[in-house]
Ligand binder design. Structure first.
Ligand code: ARG
Length: 460
């Protein structure tokens, strides 16, 4: 069944139909399509463009279709080109003539622009909840690990001691920005394209403010050509999801490293790991690897749509139908990744001893030893050299700085006194880092407080 049979003389070739159709994927937003039609029908009746009776019949018919699609009593039939044709045909079948008036003052161009917006907005709200759950889990783990010492790395070399709370706090910041980005996009996109028609508005006295309000928008879009050809919000969403996927991937990479025999910083729950079919000893971090791997799909969607959009003249062109499958896939992928990652994180156990041991072994307190000398009048550059030589000596003897005798310290510089041991203990190295943003537990407590307030101040 075609919406546009009138002008055509030849039957559509099956291959052309298969290539052109979108029902196989745009059926995913049937709820949004019907919601849009309900608002449009109510507005048409309210404006006297159709009769009250037709408006009421449309409302009842559309609600029935919605219910039957939800329950499975009505199924999609592949003879239709897209979700818009399918719903209109189902309506006409149910309510007769009145169904044929639904599309008055509307084009599939503004209709699909609306559906995609409604769909993305609904999905943003769901994604927001998933980010919130992840942030809450992170916050909990941060609170539990204010004094879990571990090495902080640069260049994947042990650098300075931090705490697990601090390390996790870095991811809190990333995911919080991701959540904010979604909120920004939602705010910016929240204008209703319905009423833009094919590209140039319509000659009917539509009340665009009314439909916008009915559908939860802040108002109508202001240029009908832009309304039907704007997919910026989809690109922004894919961009935000790509950044979030990159964050998840980095975290997964660390978990994979930390789960390795060499690190042993974490133990993954059996539920989030798998065995090997040949090597009995293996417990593989498959979920973390998959989340890391799925980043490619999300980036792919962004690059695909950027490419689709780059040469499109105003206004609507069929190329834009390509926005759907890749956006749906990127959103579904990220929803899965976020849910699985949060589950994995909530079931992970951190090996505090291994982390602390590792921090002790890697000369992560060397800067603090130099700072000790500086606080007793030695210029920093000299202090750097003195401690560097001590590190070299320790490497030769396979020791930590803390294992050197006071004589050895004094040999390197007479400024060292017995309090050097206290000054370079992991605990004091971390506790002395008191400025906001640093790993010292007092600073971290303040940050955790702020983070909690951020999550309470929903939506952000
Ligand atoms: N399936 C189309 C899409 O996704 C709907 C809009 C069709 N409009 C048109 N003039 N052919 O973009």
């Amino acid at each position: 069944m075609k919406l546009w049979g009138g002008r055509f003389t030849k039957e559509e070739n099956q291959l052309v139909h298969n290539f052109n159709e979108s029902l196989s994927f745009d059926q995913k937003f049937y709820e949004q399509d019907i919601r849009g039609s309900l608002a449009h029908a109510a507005m048409l009746a309210r404006q006297g463009i159709i009769s009250e009776a037709d408006g009421a019949a449309m409302e009842a018919g559309l609600k029935g279709i919605l219910e039957d699609l939800r329950s499975g009593a009505l199924t999609f039939s592949s003879e239709y080109e897209d979700i818009h044709s399918f719903v209109e045909a189902a309506l006409t079948e149910r309510i007769g003539e009145a169904g044929k008036r639904l599309h008055t003052g509307r084009s599939r161009n503004d209709q699909v622009a609306l559906d995609m917006k409604l769909y993305c907005r609904d999905e943003i709200d769901q994604l927001d909840g998933l980010f919130l759950a992840l942030l809450q889990e992170l916050l909990k783990r941060m609170e539990e690990n204010l004094e879990t010492y571990m090495p902080g790395f640069t260049h994947l070399q042990k650098a300075q001691p931090v705490t697990l709370a601090h390390h996790l706090g870095a991811y809190f910041e990333m995911f919080y920005r991701d959540k904010q980005r979604l909120a920004d996009i939602r705010r910016r996109m929240n204008l209703c394209p319905l009423g833009a028609g094919a590209l140039a508005g319509t000659t009917y006295p539509l009340d665009r403010d009314y439909t916008a309000k009915q559908l939860g928008f802040d108002g109508p879009t202001l240029n009908s050509m832009d309304s039907v050809s704007d997919r910026d919000y989809v690109l922004e969403l894919l961009g935000a999801l790509s950044i979030a996927a990159m964050h998840l991937s980095r975290f997964c990479e660390e978990i994979i490293l930390w789960n390795s025999n060499e690190y042993r910083f974490v133990e993954l729950d059996d539920a989030y790991s798998t065995g090997s079919s040949i090597m009995p000893q293996k417990k593989n971090p498959d979920i973390a690897e998959l989340v890391r791997g799925k980043t490619g799909r999300v980036y792919g969607a962004l690059v695909s749509l950027l490419t689709v959009m780059k040469g499109i003249p105003l206004a609507y062109n069929k190329d834009m139908q390509e926005d759907k499958e890749l956006t749906f896939d990127a959103i579904d992928t990220m929803k899965g990744c976020l849910a699985l990652f949060t589950g994995m994180l909530s079931a992970i156990s951190f090996n505090r001893e291994a982390m602390e041991e590792s921090a002790k072994k890697g000369f992560t307190n060397a800067t603090d030893a130099a700072d000790y000398l500086v606080s007793r009048g030695v210029p920093f550059r000299d202090a750097h050299g003195i401690v560097g030589r001590l590190v070299l000596r320790c490497i030769e003897k396979n020791q930590a700085l803390d294992d050197l005798s006071l004589e050895e310290f004094k040999e390197a510089s007479p400024v060292f006194e017995a309090d050097i041991y206290e000054a370079i203990s992991l605990k004091s190295c971390v506790e002395k880092r008191v400025t906001i943003g640093a790993p010292g537990p007092e600073a971290m407590k303040q940050v955790i407080e702020i983070c909690r307030e951020r999550l309470e101040k929903q939506p952000q």
